[in-house]
Design a protein around this ligand. Sequence first.
Ligand code: BTN
Length: 351
Amino acid sequence: MKTDKSDILTCLRSSEGYVSGQQLCERLGVSRTAVWKVINQLKADGYRIESVTRKGYRLLESPEDMLSESEITSRLTTEWAGRKLFYREETGSTNNDAKRCGEEGHPHGTVVVADIQNAGKGRRGRAWQTIPGTALSFSILLRPSFPAERASMITLVMALAVAEAVEAALKEDRQGSKESGTENPAGTTVTIKWPNDIVINRKKVCGMLTEMTMTPELDEIQYLVVGVGINVNNESPQEFQEEIRETAASLRIETGRRLNRAELLQDVLCRFEKHYETFLETLDMSRLRETYQARLQGLGNEVRVLDPAGEYTGVSRGINDRGELIVERENGERVAVYAGEVSVRGLYGYV
Ligand code: BTN
């Protein structure tokens, strides 16, 4: 039997102190030599593992930011999200890969993660740039049994999970390292630009793309794919293409913190799983509305609604239970804006 790095890492991570070689052999059903070989591979990958005679092994430190299958799976505490996981160093688009998983019958919650996407897809047919070694790009496959008209709310559910996970990662002094001169004592507020852009200091740090495939009879959702691209550890705005340089940023640029992408992914998946279950109770945003709205960028501010049928301005009044943005027009009329083809901007720019 092949002993995986992630099996050993999971055992080391789940125990407070030392894990004896014997315990590892028993838990994984392999020989001491096999355990020893994997421990050496992990050390070569940059894990600091202490080995003490008669006590065993102890994980002292993980590489600061390494995205790999074992690094991700050994951290997972979810029930179903990411329990089947594909990690690719390079791919075209994780959304396309997850759709393929959908066709091939992979289970609800399957996740595809990649370090590099060479054909990443953005909303409205735009390309999405992924900078190697810095971004967290992943897609989750969902097999819901709710009606198709409910699907657009799932990106709001994911937006909430990402915003919370990012804020928690920036607040806690977990694995990430702080760069000198970039203290942020008040913490960073992470907002959501409706429906699902994640914003820090008025700059976009994350985008999402949800794609739905219907059954051949077109009466049910066959599967949904929610793709998330977070700019995590980019050092400088120059790394972004010129056309987005004004509005895009990374968590590191805005806060001076370098984060461990595997740890961030684990937290996003955990929070998503929880919020998704809450969503399923009512099949709408009613139970998540307040939490989402507390993070809504520009609540009470004037916004410009870019509707293909005609542009208009109004004041953002939050979302309704269907996840639509309520915009109050000058004559007092309240319009419920459905995400679809419409986008909403601040009066003078992106937010
Ligand atoms: C946008 O804001 O335009 C949406 C960007 C979505 C990008 C993510 S990265 C992971 C997943 N794979 C893709 O090809 N796109 C999404």
